[in-house]
Design a protein around this ligand. Structure first.
Ligand code: SAH
Length: 344
């Protein structure tokens, strides 16, 4: 797609053409300009050439129960990004989007880091991921809709701040997708300048921090960014954000066997997380090589230790290991997944 061409093409057209095009693209989710009968034929033809609507995509379904699906989208320069549709039990649909091709942060547990960093996504390319799922859901029998959007796919949103926030504002705009800001979440590995900038946005989107360790030593072992920003600095920045916005913040904590999952780790975590608007979300680890996942009992026990210290804790349900649901794993395992899919 070439969404960035739209405003250039429509520049010489009357204003109401923008309204018609926005309605067609981002509310009716058309996939061909021919469908937009209220546009003059000549304009439709021009748009078809200069702003093609095709999204090059390959969808992977989960075998068990179709709970989540993944798409690999090939961009104009042949780079590939992934996005996930999570169909929740309550019928709501969450879309997980990527913000970069690859990622420069190189967290030891994350599959995306291993491919290195290619480039930032443009806001249009982030929007394209949402648009893909909107069209996909529209074609569902139940005419499903997008309820939530999470910036938790490949890449670090706060290292691509201008395009990230541009895409958020676009998705939030009542004239386009109209996804409420409280239904949009961003997750950061702890890029502090980004947290500070978000605090000044006056946008009520949800913030999540990938914490994954209760002390700097362990955190540095698994997340190189912890060498740049200490836990103390990170939590101070989060406290400033909370003071400014009054919003709750979610701390994500991956459960990695023998790395951060002992009772002592839970007690240490409880000490630093014991603040009113902090929430802890334990994430079952999706093994990508080096580490092993904590088992279910260990996670439950870890949760109990935190709760005994008075902390509100949730466990994120693991969305379909069979499609390699965590970060960047599908892109890396493309061939294997395809083979598995053909056996289903
Ligand atoms: N760069 C951002 C957003 C992308 S990662 C961040 O770090 O927050 C989104 C979430 O998936 C993060 O919490 C990340 O730590 C987690 N994640 C990465 N690899 C994972 C894996 N193998 N299993 C489970 N979660 C993983």
């Amino acid at each position: 797609m070439k969404l960035d061409k739209l405003s250039i093409i429509l520049q010489t057209e009357p204003k109401y053409r923008f309204v018609q095009v926005n309605q067609a693209l981002f509310k009716d989710f058309i996939s061909s300009w021919d469908e937009v009968k209220n546009l003059p034929k000549a304009l439709r033809e021009k748009l078809a050439i200069e702003c093609p609507l095709e999204i090059k995509a390959e969808v992977f379904k989960v075998a068990e129960g179709l709970r989540s699906e993944k798409v690999l989208i090939t961009l104009d320069d042949e780079e590939v990004v992934e996005s996930v549709l999570i169909r929740q039990k309550d019928g709501r649909n969450t879309i997980c989007v990527s913000s970069q091709v690859g990622c420069p942060l190189n967290c030891a547990f994350c599959a995306t880091g291993r491919y290195g960093f290619k480039r930032n996504l443009k806001s249009e390319e982030i929007i394209e991921q949402v648009l893909f799922w909107a069209r996909y859901l529209k074609s569902d029998e139940q005419d499903n809709k997008i309820d939530n959007i999470v910036y938790m796919g490949m890449g670090e949103p706060f290292l691509n701040y201008p395009e990230f926030i541009k895409s958020v504002k676009f998705l939030n705009n009542p004239e386009t997708f109209n996804v409420g800001s409280r239904r949009i979440s961003v997750s950061t590995a702890g890029v502090l300048p980004g947290i500070k900038r978000l605090a000044g946005e006056k946008m009520q989107i949800n913030l999540a921090i990938s914490l994954h360790a209760s002390n700097d030593n362990t955190r540095r072992d698994i997340m190189p960014i912890a060498k740049q920003y200490t836990l103390k600095e990170t939590l101070k920045t989060v406290d400033d954000y909370i003071r400014k916005t009054g919003r709750r913040v979610m701390f994500e904590y991956l459960m990695i066997k023998d790395v951060n999952d002992r009772n002592e780790d839970a007690l240490e975590l409880a000490k630093i997380m014991n603040k009113p608007l902090y929430m802890v979300n334990l994430i079952p680890y999706n093994p990508t090589g080096q580490f092993k996942a904590s088992n279910r009992e260990r996670i439950e026990k870890f949760k109990k230790v935190l709760e005994a210290e008075g902390l509100p804790v949730t466990i994120r349900l693991s969305f379909g290991q069979s499609i390699l649901a965590a970060c960047g794993q599908l892109r890396g395992k493309k061939k294997i997944v395809k083979k598995a899919e053909s056996q289903v």
